[in-house]
Design a binder for this molecule. Structure first.
Ligand SMILES: [Zn+2]
Ligand SMILES: [Zn+2]
Length: 331
Protein backbone atom coordinates (compact mmCIF):
# COMPACT_ATOMS: atom_id res chain seq x y z
CA UNK A 1 0.00 0.00 0.00
CA UNK A 2 1.30 3.45 -0.82
CA UNK A 3 2.49 5.58 2.09
CA UNK A 4 0.88 9.02 2.30
CA UNK A 5 2.47 11.30 4.89
CA UNK A 6 0.12 13.62 6.79
CA UNK A 7 0.58 17.18 5.53
CA UNK A 8 -1.52 20.26 6.18
CA UNK A 9 -3.21 21.60 3.01
CA UNK A 10 -1.37 24.93 3.06
CA UNK A 11 2.03 23.26 3.22
CA UNK A 12 1.02 20.79 0.51
CA UNK A 13 -0.09 23.60 -1.81
CA UNK A 14 3.08 25.62 -1.21
CA UNK A 15 5.29 22.58 -1.73
CA UNK A 16 3.42 21.73 -4.95
CA UNK A 17 3.83 25.30 -6.19
CA UNK A 18 7.56 25.39 -5.37
CA UNK A 19 8.12 22.01 -6.94
CA UNK A 20 6.35 23.06 -10.12
CA UNK A 21 8.41 26.26 -10.13
CA UNK A 22 11.67 24.33 -9.81
CA UNK A 23 10.55 21.88 -12.49
CA UNK A 24 9.70 24.71 -14.90
CA UNK A 25 13.01 26.49 -14.23
CA UNK A 26 14.88 23.26 -14.89
CA UNK A 27 12.93 22.65 -18.09
CA UNK A 28 14.15 26.03 -19.28
CA UNK A 29 17.73 24.81 -18.76
CA UNK A 30 18.80 22.69 -21.77
CA UNK A 31 21.14 20.47 -19.74
CA UNK A 32 18.39 19.39 -17.39
CA UNK A 33 15.59 18.76 -19.86
CA UNK A 34 16.35 15.08 -20.26
CA UNK A 35 16.10 14.52 -16.49
CA UNK A 36 12.68 16.14 -16.28
CA UNK A 37 11.37 14.66 -19.47
CA UNK A 38 11.65 11.22 -17.88
CA UNK A 39 8.62 12.18 -15.80
CA UNK A 40 6.51 11.96 -18.93
CA UNK A 41 7.57 8.35 -19.41
CA UNK A 42 5.71 7.00 -16.40
CA UNK A 43 8.43 7.25 -13.76
CA UNK A 44 7.31 8.24 -10.22
CA UNK A 45 5.92 11.77 -9.96
CA UNK A 46 3.95 11.84 -6.71
CA UNK A 47 5.44 11.52 -3.24
CA UNK A 48 3.75 8.15 -2.68
CA UNK A 49 5.09 6.87 -6.04
CA UNK A 50 8.63 7.77 -4.95
CA UNK A 51 8.05 6.18 -1.57
CA UNK A 52 6.77 2.92 -3.11
CA UNK A 53 9.68 2.72 -5.53
CA UNK A 54 12.29 3.39 -2.81
CA UNK A 55 10.58 0.89 -0.51
CA UNK A 56 10.64 -1.74 -3.27
CA UNK A 57 14.39 -1.52 -3.94
CA UNK A 58 15.69 -0.58 -0.45
CA UNK A 59 14.18 -3.14 1.89
CA UNK A 60 17.01 -2.60 4.41
CA UNK A 61 15.78 0.95 5.17
CA UNK A 62 13.26 1.66 7.94
CA UNK A 63 10.02 3.60 7.31
CA UNK A 64 11.51 6.97 8.36
CA UNK A 65 14.53 6.48 6.13
CA UNK A 66 12.30 5.56 3.18
CA UNK A 67 10.09 8.61 3.84
CA UNK A 68 13.20 10.80 4.03
CA UNK A 69 14.70 9.45 0.77
CA UNK A 70 11.31 9.76 -0.97
CA UNK A 71 11.06 13.41 0.09
CA UNK A 72 14.39 14.29 -1.52
CA UNK A 73 13.57 12.23 -4.63
CA UNK A 74 10.15 13.88 -4.89
CA UNK A 75 11.47 17.43 -4.49
CA UNK A 76 14.18 17.03 -7.17
CA UNK A 77 16.00 19.90 -5.47
CA UNK A 78 17.98 19.32 -2.29
CA UNK A 79 18.16 23.00 -1.32
CA UNK A 80 14.37 23.33 -1.47
CA UNK A 81 13.84 19.94 0.18
CA UNK A 82 16.04 20.87 3.15
CA UNK A 83 14.81 24.48 3.24
CA UNK A 84 11.10 23.58 3.36
CA UNK A 85 11.66 20.77 5.86
CA UNK A 86 13.73 23.03 8.17
CA UNK A 87 11.25 25.91 8.06
CA UNK A 88 8.17 23.72 8.58
CA UNK A 89 9.78 21.81 11.48
CA UNK A 90 10.81 25.09 13.10
CA UNK A 91 7.35 26.67 12.81
CA UNK A 92 5.44 23.54 13.89
CA UNK A 93 7.63 22.99 16.94
CA UNK A 94 7.86 26.64 17.95
CA UNK A 95 4.14 27.40 17.85
CA UNK A 96 3.03 23.82 18.62
CA UNK A 97 5.06 23.70 21.84
CA UNK A 98 3.75 27.09 23.00
CA UNK A 99 0.05 26.11 22.61
CA UNK A 100 -0.18 23.76 25.66
CA UNK A 101 1.10 26.59 27.88
CA UNK A 102 -1.49 28.98 26.40
CA UNK A 103 -4.21 26.43 27.26
CA UNK A 104 -2.80 26.06 30.80
CA UNK A 105 -3.06 29.85 31.24
CA UNK A 106 -6.84 29.45 30.91
CA UNK A 107 -7.12 26.51 33.33
CA UNK A 108 -7.35 27.40 37.05
CA UNK A 109 -5.81 24.03 38.01
CA UNK A 110 -2.42 25.07 36.59
CA UNK A 111 -2.29 28.50 38.29
CA UNK A 112 -0.40 27.02 41.24
CA UNK A 113 2.47 26.11 38.92
CA UNK A 114 2.81 29.59 37.39
CA UNK A 115 6.00 31.23 38.66
CA UNK A 116 4.76 34.84 38.48
CA UNK A 117 1.04 34.10 38.85
CA UNK A 118 0.17 37.77 39.36
CA UNK A 119 1.43 38.58 35.84
CA UNK A 120 -0.73 36.47 33.54
CA UNK A 121 -0.07 37.25 29.85
CA UNK A 122 -3.21 38.32 27.99
CA UNK A 123 -4.12 36.84 24.61
CA UNK A 124 -3.62 40.29 23.04
CA UNK A 125 -0.06 40.41 24.45
CA UNK A 126 0.68 36.94 23.13
CA UNK A 127 -0.73 37.79 19.70
CA UNK A 128 1.41 40.96 19.60
CA UNK A 129 4.44 38.84 20.44
CA UNK A 130 3.55 36.14 17.87
CA UNK A 131 3.25 38.77 15.12
CA UNK A 132 6.80 40.03 15.67
CA UNK A 133 8.16 36.49 15.95
CA UNK A 134 6.43 35.52 12.67
CA UNK A 135 7.76 38.64 10.93
CA UNK A 136 11.27 37.76 12.11
CA UNK A 137 10.86 34.12 11.00
CA UNK A 138 9.84 35.12 7.48
CA UNK A 139 12.27 38.01 6.98
CA UNK A 140 15.38 37.05 8.95
CA UNK A 141 15.30 33.30 9.50
CA UNK A 142 13.75 32.05 6.26
CA UNK A 143 16.60 33.31 4.00
CA UNK A 144 19.12 31.81 6.41
CA UNK A 145 17.28 28.48 6.50
CA UNK A 146 17.37 28.53 2.68
CA UNK A 147 21.14 28.90 2.77
CA UNK A 148 21.43 26.04 5.21
CA UNK A 149 21.64 23.17 2.73
CA UNK A 150 24.52 24.61 0.65
CA UNK A 151 26.37 25.48 3.87
CA UNK A 152 25.69 22.04 5.35
CA UNK A 153 26.93 20.32 2.20
CA UNK A 154 30.01 22.53 1.98
CA UNK A 155 30.94 21.54 5.51
CA UNK A 156 30.34 17.85 4.87
CA UNK A 157 26.98 17.28 6.57
CA UNK A 158 25.26 14.12 5.34
CA UNK A 159 21.65 14.12 4.09
CA UNK A 160 21.58 10.55 2.83
CA UNK A 161 20.15 7.31 4.24
CA UNK A 162 20.62 5.16 6.31
CA UNK A 163 20.55 7.44 9.34
CA UNK A 164 23.30 7.39 11.98
CA UNK A 165 22.82 5.21 15.08
CA UNK A 166 20.94 6.72 18.03
CA UNK A 167 24.13 6.49 20.13
CA UNK A 168 26.00 8.70 17.64
CA UNK A 169 23.12 11.16 17.59
CA UNK A 170 22.91 11.21 21.39
CA UNK A 171 26.58 11.96 22.09
CA UNK A 172 26.71 14.65 19.39
CA UNK A 173 23.55 16.33 20.69
CA UNK A 174 24.93 16.22 24.26
CA UNK A 175 28.08 18.02 23.03
CA UNK A 176 25.96 20.64 21.21
CA UNK A 177 23.95 21.29 24.40
CA UNK A 178 27.14 21.91 26.40
CA UNK A 179 28.79 24.11 23.74
CA UNK A 180 25.63 26.12 22.97
CA UNK A 181 25.14 26.75 26.67
CA UNK A 182 28.69 28.14 26.96
CA UNK A 183 28.21 30.37 23.90
CA UNK A 184 24.85 31.53 25.21
CA UNK A 185 26.22 32.31 28.67
CA UNK A 186 29.02 34.60 27.46
CA UNK A 187 27.17 36.32 24.64
CA UNK A 188 24.00 36.78 26.68
CA UNK A 189 26.09 38.19 29.52
CA UNK A 190 27.73 40.57 27.03
CA UNK A 191 24.25 41.61 25.82
CA UNK A 192 23.58 42.80 29.37
CA UNK A 193 26.36 45.41 29.27
CA UNK A 194 24.60 48.82 29.22
CA UNK A 195 25.31 49.73 25.58
CA UNK A 196 24.40 46.36 24.04
CA UNK A 197 21.41 45.97 26.34
CA UNK A 198 19.94 49.28 25.25
CA UNK A 199 20.65 48.75 21.54
CA UNK A 200 19.93 45.03 21.14
CA UNK A 201 18.73 42.98 24.11
CA UNK A 202 16.11 45.29 25.64
CA UNK A 203 13.41 44.05 23.25
CA UNK A 204 13.70 40.47 24.56
CA UNK A 205 13.17 41.81 28.09
CA UNK A 206 9.88 43.51 27.21
CA UNK A 207 8.10 40.73 29.11
CA UNK A 208 9.23 40.58 32.73
CA UNK A 209 6.99 37.51 33.17
CA UNK A 210 7.79 35.48 30.04
CA UNK A 211 5.56 32.99 28.21
CA UNK A 212 6.42 30.29 25.65
CA UNK A 213 5.95 32.42 22.53
CA UNK A 214 8.43 35.01 23.85
CA UNK A 215 11.39 32.63 23.46
CA UNK A 216 12.37 34.12 20.09
CA UNK A 217 10.94 37.59 20.72
CA UNK A 218 14.16 39.48 20.13
CA UNK A 219 15.98 41.86 17.83
CA UNK A 220 17.20 40.26 14.55
CA UNK A 221 20.79 41.03 15.61
CA UNK A 222 20.29 39.12 18.84
CA UNK A 223 18.67 36.23 16.95
CA UNK A 224 21.75 36.02 14.72
CA UNK A 225 24.26 36.33 17.59
CA UNK A 226 22.62 33.69 19.78
CA UNK A 227 21.65 31.42 16.86
CA UNK A 228 25.34 30.85 16.21
CA UNK A 229 25.34 28.64 19.31
CA UNK A 230 22.49 26.52 17.93
CA UNK A 231 23.34 26.45 14.22
CA UNK A 232 27.01 27.51 13.98
CA UNK A 233 28.27 25.00 16.56
CA UNK A 234 26.95 21.91 14.67
CA UNK A 235 28.22 23.35 11.37
CA UNK A 236 31.69 23.82 12.93
CA UNK A 237 31.48 20.30 14.34
CA UNK A 238 30.68 18.99 10.86
CA UNK A 239 33.54 20.98 9.31
CA UNK A 240 36.04 19.55 11.80
CA UNK A 241 34.87 15.95 12.19
CA UNK A 242 33.10 15.38 8.84
CA UNK A 243 30.72 13.26 10.88
CA UNK A 244 27.28 14.81 11.21
CA UNK A 245 23.93 13.87 9.70
CA UNK A 246 21.35 16.54 9.08
CA UNK A 247 18.81 14.44 11.04
CA UNK A 248 21.02 14.82 14.12
CA UNK A 249 21.00 18.56 13.48
CA UNK A 250 17.18 18.58 13.21
CA UNK A 251 16.78 16.53 16.40
CA UNK A 252 19.14 18.93 18.19
CA UNK A 253 17.25 22.01 16.94
CA UNK A 254 13.91 20.49 18.02
CA UNK A 255 15.29 19.75 21.52
CA UNK A 256 16.83 23.21 21.73
CA UNK A 257 13.46 24.78 20.77
CA UNK A 258 11.76 22.70 23.46
CA UNK A 259 14.37 23.93 25.95
CA UNK A 260 13.94 27.60 24.94
CA UNK A 261 10.12 27.53 25.01
CA UNK A 262 10.01 25.59 28.31
CA UNK A 263 12.48 28.08 29.82
CA UNK A 264 10.16 30.96 28.84
CA UNK A 265 6.92 29.15 29.69
CA UNK A 266 6.60 30.70 33.14
CA UNK A 267 5.63 27.31 34.60
CA UNK A 268 7.54 25.36 37.22
CA UNK A 269 6.16 21.85 37.85
CA UNK A 270 7.08 19.22 40.45
CA UNK A 271 8.00 17.05 37.42
CA UNK A 272 10.20 19.71 35.76
CA UNK A 273 13.49 18.29 34.50
CA UNK A 274 15.72 20.22 36.93
CA UNK A 275 14.25 18.23 39.83
CA UNK A 276 15.78 15.13 38.23
CA UNK A 277 18.91 16.80 36.80
CA UNK A 278 19.85 19.53 39.30
CA UNK A 279 22.18 21.21 36.79
CA UNK A 280 19.37 21.62 34.20
CA UNK A 281 18.20 25.26 34.04
CA UNK A 282 14.53 25.23 32.95
CA UNK A 283 11.87 27.88 33.59
CA UNK A 284 12.82 28.12 37.26
CA UNK A 285 16.19 29.55 36.14
CA UNK A 286 15.24 31.78 33.21
CA UNK A 287 12.03 33.24 34.64
CA UNK A 288 14.06 34.95 37.39
CA UNK A 289 16.33 36.41 34.70
CA UNK A 290 13.31 38.10 33.10
CA UNK A 291 11.96 39.20 36.46
CA UNK A 292 15.23 40.68 37.81
CA UNK A 293 16.97 41.58 34.50
CA UNK A 294 20.31 40.43 35.94
CA UNK A 295 21.95 37.05 36.51
CA UNK A 296 21.12 33.54 35.19
CA UNK A 297 22.61 34.15 31.74
CA UNK A 298 23.01 30.57 30.53
CA UNK A 299 20.42 28.66 28.51
CA UNK A 300 20.34 24.93 29.32
CA UNK A 301 22.54 24.37 32.37
CA UNK A 302 23.24 26.09 35.69
CA UNK A 303 26.99 25.49 36.00
CA UNK A 304 28.31 28.71 34.39
CA UNK A 305 26.15 30.97 36.58
CA UNK A 306 26.94 28.87 39.65
CA UNK A 307 30.73 28.85 39.17
CA UNK A 308 30.99 32.49 38.09
CA UNK A 309 28.64 33.79 40.81
CA UNK A 310 26.02 35.22 38.44
CA UNK A 311 23.03 33.31 39.78
CA UNK A 312 19.87 35.33 40.26
CA UNK A 313 16.90 34.77 42.52
CA UNK A 314 16.44 32.44 45.43
CA UNK A 315 19.47 30.29 44.59
CA UNK A 316 21.77 33.31 44.73
CA UNK A 317 19.98 34.74 47.79
CA UNK A 318 20.66 31.49 49.61
CA UNK A 319 24.27 31.46 48.39
CA UNK A 320 24.73 35.12 49.44
CA UNK A 321 23.25 34.39 52.88
CA UNK A 322 25.57 31.39 53.20
CA UNK A 323 28.60 33.51 52.29
CA UNK A 324 27.56 36.27 54.72
CA UNK A 325 27.13 33.75 57.53
CA UNK A 326 30.53 32.21 56.77
CA UNK A 327 32.16 35.67 56.78
CA UNK A 328 30.44 36.59 60.06
CA UNK A 329 31.72 33.38 61.61
CA UNK A 330 35.25 34.04 60.37
CA UNK A 331 35.33 37.55 61.91
ZN1 LIG B 1 18.73 38.80 29.12
ZN1 LIG C 1 14.53 35.06 27.72
Amino acid sequence: MAFTPPRPLAILTTVHFLRQFVKLSKEATPGLVSMNSTFATGLPTSYSDHFSEIAQYNVHLNVLEKAWAAWYAYMQNDVLATGIMSFVIHELIYFGRAVPFMIMDKMPYFQKYKIQAHKMPTLAEQWQCAKLVLLSHFTVELPQIWLFHPAAQYFGMSTSVPFPSWQTMAYQIAIFFVLEDAWHYWLHRALHTPKLYKKIHKLHHQYSAPFGLAAEYASPIEVMILAFGSVGVPILWSAITKNLHILTMYTWIVLRLFQAIDAHSGYEFPWSLHHILPFWAGADHHDVHHEKFLGNYSSSFRWWDYVLGTEAGSASDKAAKGKKAAMAKAQ
